[in-house]
Design a protein around this ligand. Structure first.
Ligand code: ATP
Length: 514
């Protein structure tokens, strides 16, 4: 096993080397925190998007999709609160001239306390062996209790100060905790200031008549402003949901960790419209449903955990993140938010248009409540990439393999003629011609077959189909499984059935419902 930061470095270089992700405008030295998806990356990304889209819109008969524009009327962002409140508290270190998010500095400090707790647990585990009861240890060990309490107090003070906009206290907290700049090592900090994350742009030709617009910082508002359009044209009855995937833009203060925090990224969001008073039940429902979606991909239950929010956004009455074990620790992958009637009420207020629903059962009109699920497509991509990439020690050698869930793999199979002659390439191409209508398949005839297997392992192709001389006689081929490296002989006519069984989205979607 590599150290986590070594592993993360390998993920980044592997992503580039094999055409998953490139830095944007690389020949001009790149653009910070903006990335391009390469020939394999785009396939993986499309597959993740499809898996989400189908799970939402096919498995739920009361969820429909839309595709709203990135540019929206500027009043949208006043109503949503983004003009006034979509800020991050930033702080500069005067010596290194580096800029940080003040809340992240404090959270990182608490993460160090958590790491100390983990260390205590590991030590005790070693000491007590089989008799070790982790829960009891966490609930009773004096040192662990002290660290937990300290971390809780820090986070809750930070939440309160941010809530009250008391930025002086946020700075005071940073000073009291003795937090130093990771670059200069100094405690020479500026005041904490608020910074709005929206990118501005202009609509119109002449400077005088141009209107100031924003690039959307989230896709959700495109759903809210279309609530009545969809409800009426689709004759939707509450509860119902509207799903959307698309680009969002945030001028992040500190953009690092590769595609974890980007300035241009893609979201997959679903707003579920419900009757007031039912939000608790639907919030729990969507927390569970979304976790099931993640678990269906088989990347290991231990890699996910819920984190309930201490500090709630201005619109929410409950919020939780699904966190994932990224190489740099557990971090937010998806948010589930109970948004009350905040958004629709605000759009009513700012537009002067009624955004209400007449409930035939309750015989009254109301502004619906909303539970939202919101996941970053790029973060999901990083989760898959970082968990899939493994170095395996074999007898006397090693291999690099990406154990991407087969349903998401960029290529489902590669067809390899054993040699470049004796009509083997012709038969290989004939096989591709039958499979290509249903599956992404590649052809590779270069180098020894063992090298070709490794190349496919490195890009996560679940199956290699090898055509040899026997294939010409009895129309069978060998099929090699990426994860077990086992090989079976199988009839050419049975290939499509096997690939369907193992890789078809319809089969994987069934697992979510179990
Ligand atoms: P964070 O706390 O990490 O900044 P957030 O709480 O602001 O995220 P939301 O506004 O809830 O995030 O956005 C929903 C999802 O969009 C997040 O869970 C994440 O997966 C994704 N996301 C948000 N910001 C970015 C970004 N800058 N780059 C990539 N994905 C992002």
């Amino acid at each position: 096993m590599k150290a986590p930061d070594e592993h993360f470095k390998q993920v980044i270089s592997h992503a580039k080397e094999y055409g998953f992700i490139f830095q944007s405008s690389e020949i001009y030295d790149g653009l910070s925190a903006v990335y391009d998806y390469g020939q394999l990356g785009v396939q993986l990304k499309n597959n993740i998007r499809q898996y989400w889209w189908q799970a939402m819109t096919r498995l739920n008969e009361n969820i429909v999709g839309i595709d709203a524009a990135i540019l929206m009327h500027p009043t949208t962002w006043k109503a949503s609160g983004h003009v006034d409140a979509f800020n991050d508290p930033l702080i500069d270190n005067k010596d290194s001239k580096k800029r940080y998010r003040a809340d992240v500095l404090i959270e990182d400090h608490c993460a160090k306390l958590e790491a100390k707790i983990d260390k205590e647990v590991k030590k005790a585990e070693k000491r007590f062996g089989d008799a070790f009861d982790k829960e009891q240890f966490l609930a009773t060990n004096a040192r662990v209790l002290e660290l937990t309490q300290r971390s809780k107090e820090i986070l809750s003070r930070m939440a309160q100060s941010l809530e009250k906009e008391d930025l002086a206290d946020v700075k005071a907290l940073i000073e009291e905790l003795g937090i130093v700049c990771p670059v200069s090592g100094s405690k020479n900090w500026t005041e904490v200031k608020q910074f709005n994350l929206m990118f501005g742009t202009k609509l119109g030709a002449s400077a005088e008549s141009a209107t100031d617009l924003y690039l959307r910082p989230e896709t959700a508002q495109g759903i809210f402003v279309n609530f009545l359009n969809v409800q009426k044209s689709g004759r939707m009855k509450i509860p119902f949901g509207i799903a959307q995937t698309g680009k969002a833009f945030r001028n992040e203060i500190v953009a690092r960790q590769f595609i974890f925090r980007m300035r241009e990224f893609e979201q997959m969001e679903m707003q579920f419209f419900i009757a007031p008073g039912t939000q608790k039940q639907w919030y729990e429902h969507w927390k569970e449903a979304r976790l099931k979606w993640h678990l269906s991909l088989g990347m290991g239950e231990d890699n996910y955990r819920f984190h309930d929010h201490e500090k709630l956004a201005h619109y929410a009455d409950a919020a939780a993140d699904i966190e994932f074990a990224f190489p740099f620790g557990f971090k937010e992958l998806e948010g589930i938010h109970s948004r009350t009637d905040f958004d629709l009420s605000r759009h009513e207020e700012f537009s002067g248009k009624k955004l209400q629903y007449f409930d035939p059962e309750m015989k009254e009109s109301y502004v619906p409540y909303v539970v939202e699920t919101s996941i970053g497509l790029d973060r999901m991509f990083l989760a898959i990439l970082s968990k899939s990439l493994v170095e395996e020690e074999l007898d006397g050698s090693s291999r690099t393999v990406m154990r991407i869930p087969a349903v998401l793999a960029p290529l489902k199979a590669a067809v390899l003629p054993l040699v470049k002659k004796d009509r083997l390439p012709d038969l290989a191409k004939e096989i591709i011609d039958t499979l290509k209508f249903e599956f992404e398949v590649a052809y590779d005839e270069k180098d020894a077959v063992g090298r070709r297997y490794r190349r496919q392992d490195a890009i996560g192709t679940p199956f290699c189909i090898t055509v040899d001389h026997q294939s010409l006689e009895d129309r069978t081929v060998t099929i090699r499984h990426r994860d077990s490296m086992e090989q079976d002989r199988i009839a050419i006519d049975a290939l499509a059935g096997l690939l369907r069984e193992e890789t078809a989205m319809s089969n994987w979607l069934k697992r979510i419902e179990l």
